[in-house]
Design a protein around this ligand. Sequence first.
Ligand code: FE2
Length: 391
Amino acid sequence: MSQGTSMSASQSSKQSTDPLHLIDVDHVRFNVGNAKQAAYFYASCFGFDISQVSDLTTGNREQARYLLTQGNIRIVLTTGLCPNDDCQQHVNRFGDGVKDIAFSVFDAEKAYEQARSNGGESAYEPYEISDEQGRVVMAGIKTYGDVVHSLVSRHGDYELPNVKRGGLFMPGFKDRHFAINDYNAKNPCGLKFLDHCVGNVEEGKMNHWVNWYEQVMGFGLFKHFDDKDISTEHSALMSKVMASGNHLIKMPINEPAEGNKKSQIEEYLDWHDGCPGVQHLAFRTDDEISSVAELRRRGVDFLKIPDAYYELVWDRVGDIDECIKRVQELGILVDRDDEGYLLQLFTRPLQDRPTLFFEIICRRGSQSFGKGNFKALFEALELEQERRGNL
Ligand code: FE2
């Protein structure tokens, strides 16, 4: 599946009729305590290039921003340079985490007005940044918790196809050479694009946010949604998957359900100041074995999948093209639905608080999210919770 190709005739006609037509995931912004150090972590563990920087040396006296890129993934790590900077206050409250899932649109101002008239609340008003190379217009809509969807339209040299080819991200960013990028070019991790982005919301609030994505963003319930309890002996959750009109981005929404011990969603909320937020980002690879092997070699801290999982999994999912010995050695999860199968694996939390983590996913026909693995995943997660004394 190729994402974010240049504008076609049908996309062009969409522009006038559907201001919220999303062209691509423009970027995901993390607020972090120390962007410089975090950049090296994501570069060395996950193979992201540290591509561009906006900081004191480029004239930004408020924040340091690092653009990380891999495939069609763009992450902007942001840290405040002053104590009362918004970003620093966010970090004080939540620790490192996702602040903004930004979408590229044809006209950010029109898309913002449409989202507002659909009932969306403003995070910030449209503004333009420009220089002699072009301009970028951004506007923000509040979603669950303290998370924002920025709507971004790009013009001149800042159009997305140029950015994908290595052009400057926005006015204020500058190229800077980092040696880790040369290493990454020789040792690729193979992450291609953001497959889905999962939010955790409070108990009883899932349907509120499902309706919100329908009404404000024009998303629909994805046909492969999971809407039943997913439970183990101790914990449970409910989940629905929302997808943008073109299925470019899928946003599953989880809420905790009744269990006899604390669910992973409750644990997240407890350590996220009781506030909804992004639980995980799933990155797509074409080759799960190569990607996970390289990520493990780099020291990525993945969940430990119980050995017993592999005694049962092949009866459940049948034959797969990958070498099953390698799948087990690398501790990869496998699931199947009526369209095919998928391989996936989850990292442990990326920071000290048990909040945000990554998923590495490879689809072989399956368009679902590994529901059959939830039980196995939960059992593994609960073992982790127990070790942290939070079960
Ligand atoms: Fe996922």
